[in-house]
Design a protein around this ligand. Structure first.
Ligand code: IYR
Length: 253
């Protein structure tokens, strides 16, 4: 069968290898990812909340990455569900919604996640990460031992779905699945902050396959981000970070 090679450029935007999609080009039965329906009218409701941006800025400016969680106080699951509903409103390539949010509260599974991550992190810190990387992390006081992975009442393992399936079992291309899932994660972080819930973003180097197997996720799902989620412990310390000012991050033309 002819292979349709999905190759737009030498380096794909999602940093993955070029993939040969198993479509027979001659017999391909082209169907859009979305149902073709008439468009509906949309009223964005601008100016409904003129100070919304300032309030949103103040909300997210209060967010800090937290590595010390209160292990005995758990945000309600329905609040987490609303945060994930919010994440699921993110825009995605061809509206494929290529994400899976795995919420772990079971202590045994959290401990298994911690074991997998700590095993790899010991190797990461001792040999995979170069000296400059280790030096750059020193102000954050991170280390391979990660108490927060078992203390945090929830871990959210966020998988990008590298492809999907249609109702009749055909392979569905998930365009820009990494970017889409990253945007959804950003929305999730903001929603958690709005709910007064702290979080830590981690990208566990080399842990993806083992964590995917632990949670029995299918082969099309690749771990993108692991979040520790919960209330910050009372004695939680964070680095004394400053943010770049507007003129450092915004350029006007
Ligand atoms: N993943 C490791 C190391 C780490 C890397 C970066 I870049 C950070 O901003 C923070 C930590 C860890 O979680 O310790």
């Amino acid at each position: 069968a002819l292979k349709y090679i999905h190759r737009h450029s030498k380096r794909r935007l999602d940093g993955e290898e070029d993939v040969a999609v198993d479509f027979d080009n001659a017999a391909i039965d082209l169907q859009p990812a979305l149902e073709e329906k008439p468009h509906v009218s949309y009223v964005p409701g601008h100016n409904l909340n003129p100070d919304g941006a300032r309030r949103f800025y103040e909300l997210v400016n209060g967010r800090r990455s937290v590595r010390a969680f209160n292990a005995s106080s758990k945000p309600p699951m329905h609040v987490l569900e609303d945060c994930i509903r919010a994440a699921g409103t993110a825009p995605s390539g061809a509206h494929t919604e290529p994400w899976t949010f795995c919420v772990v509260q079971d202590l045994i599974i959290k401990q298994q996640v911690r074991e997998i991550v700590e095993y790899e992190e010991h190797i990461n810190y001792s040999s995979r990460m170069h000296a400059q990387w280790i030096t750059d992390l020193r102000p954050l006081q991170t280390k391979p031992v990660k108490q927060y992975l078992s203390d945090a009442p929830y871990l959210i393992l966020i998988f990008k779905q590298t492809y999907g399936r249609t109702a009749d079992g055909r392979k569905k291309l998930h365009y820009y699945n990494e970017i889409s899932t990253s945007i959804a994660t950003g929305v999730l972080l903001c929603a958690l902050q709005a709910a007064g819930i702290s979080s830590l973003v981690t990208t566990p180097l080399n842990c993806g396959p083992a964590l995917r197997r632990l949670l029995k996720r299918p082969a099309n799902e690749k771990l993108l981000i692991l979040l520790a989620v919960g209330y910050a412990s009372k004695d939680c310390l964070v680095p004394d970070l400053q943010r770049k000012g507007l003129s450092d991050i915004m350029v006007r033309y």
